[in-house]
Design a protein around this ligand. Structure first.
Ligand SMILES: [Zn+2]
Length: 405
């Protein structure tokens, strides 16, 4: 019973932390307990860690640590790609040894080992595709087409904004990736897991990679639960335990809580595998949902970041204006601040980036969920053709070779 309660608490706590980390920073939660917890878990924790490191390791130790983190997480180091491959290989090995060995069961036929292998193969193929795909690098040859693709909204991107490295006017929604050293069309973010910038051309492969990981984790966790239930149910029939209240001897399988506790003790590795897959499923699903909401809102991760910054600035200005107005009305400068209100619908609007704040412009790239989805997942054909025609040009992207237009 204690084991089950601890498991429930662990999942509830993990889910809450993930939710706060992913969504606590949204403008809708500004000034709320959720927003405060988010700040402490992100910026606050980061600041406290660096302060502690500076005090213990000194300036030299801190700069060594900064360089290491920049190389592993922000650079083109393959550490995370190797880690992901090892996780897949190690997970598959353990799953075969600890769970597939129980096949077949009444509700789990033998063919699951083949379909499982197929899902794993698809996941690996999507990973390789995402790792090798081109994000949509802007070259002198395709510059004109990229420049004509979107209009500047003069909010997240200005028409006269120059890329000081490539020496051209930045096409709308593009950004110079400081890690790969090239301008990328409809820049989203740099993903260290696939070692690629995510942009107009490879967002679809990145989303497919996440989707197949969700499929892999849910399939693995679901089949694991079915197998464990079946195996533990059969084997615990003849195992007895003494009920504390009455002192009677009962079969373990007669009490669900006792059966669960017995299963955790008897099969710790398969249970740990199922828990790991469930946690991974929650994490990847939350990340996938975050990107899907942005796509449906006609917004990239980078634009979302800029909108959030602007929203925060505007909210501060709005609050200052209200205080000034209230002060003028009362003829005093000492006016108490009110906590900003938030609601569930406000959260959804903030997630979609369309929350109407006085003085905030609308997102001109939001053309409705379906068209936004089509825009994100089906980039213009000429972009891919231009890439194929200038394959050597794309390969130069990582060499730092630049051409001025
Ligand atoms: Zn550039």
């Amino acid at each position: 019973m204690v084991t089950f309660e601890l498991l429930g608490l662990y999942i509830a706590f993990g889910g809450s932390v993930i939710f706060v980390l992913l969504f606590g920073g949204l403008p809708a939660f500004h000034g709320t307990l959720l927003g405060t917890v988010h700040w402490h878990l992100t910026e606050g924790l980061s600041k406290a860690s660096w302060t502690a490191l500076r005090r213990t390791a000194g300036a030299q130790g801190t700069s060594c640590c900064e360089a290491f983190i920049a190389r592993q997480c922000g650079g083109t180091s393959p550490v995370l790609q190797v880690l992901y491959t090892l996780l897949l290989a190690g997970g598959w090995f353990l799953y075969c040894r600890e769970l597939f060995c129980f096949l077949p069961q009444p509700h789990a036929p033998i063919w699951h080992q083949y379909t499982g292998a197929a899902v794993l193969g698809a996941c690996l193929a999507a990973f390789v595709k995402a790792c090798l795909s081109d994000p949509g690098i802007i070259t002198p040859e395709n510059y004109a087409k990229h420049a004509a693709l979107y209009a500047h909204d003069e909010v997240v991107g200005q028409e006269n904004q120059q890329c000081l490295v490539c020496m051209w006017k930045r096409p709308a929604r593009s950004k110079h990736c400081s890690i790969t050293g090239r301008c990328v069309a409809r820049y989203d973010h740099y993903c260290p897991w696939v070692g690629r910038t995510i942009g107009i051309l490879n967002l679809r492969w990145f989303m497919l990679f996440l989707l197949l990981n969700i499929l892999l984790c849910s399939y693995g966790a679901g089949l694991g639960v079915v197998l464990m239930r079946s195996v533990a149910g059969q084997r615990a029939q003849h195992v007895m335990f003494r009920e504390q209240a009455t002192g009677r001897l009962l079969p373990v399988s007669s009490q669900p809580w006792v059966l669960l506790q017995w299963t955790v003790q008897k099969y710790p590795v398969p249970v740990a595998l199922v828990i790991f897959l469930t946690v991974a499923l929650v994490l990847v699903s939350a990340f996938f949902m975050y990107h899907l909401v942005l796509i449906l809102s006609g917004m990239t991760s980078y634009e979302s970041y800029k909108w959030t910054m602007m929203y925060k600035m505007r909210a501060v200005e709005e609050e200052a204006e209200q205080i000034a107005k209230a002060a003028a009305a009362l003829g005093t400068t000492d006016v108490p601040c009110e906590e900003p209100a938030w609601s569930a619908t406000g959260v959804w609007r903030a997630l979609r980036g369309s929350r109407k704040v006085q003085g905030m412009p609308a997102n001109i790239y939001d053309r409705g969920p379906l068209r936004n989805l089509q825009d994100a997942l089906a980039p213009p054909a000429w972009a891919s053709q231009a890439l194929m025609a200038s394959g050597s040009e794309a390969k130069q992207s990582n060499t730092g070779s630049k051409k001025a237009i």
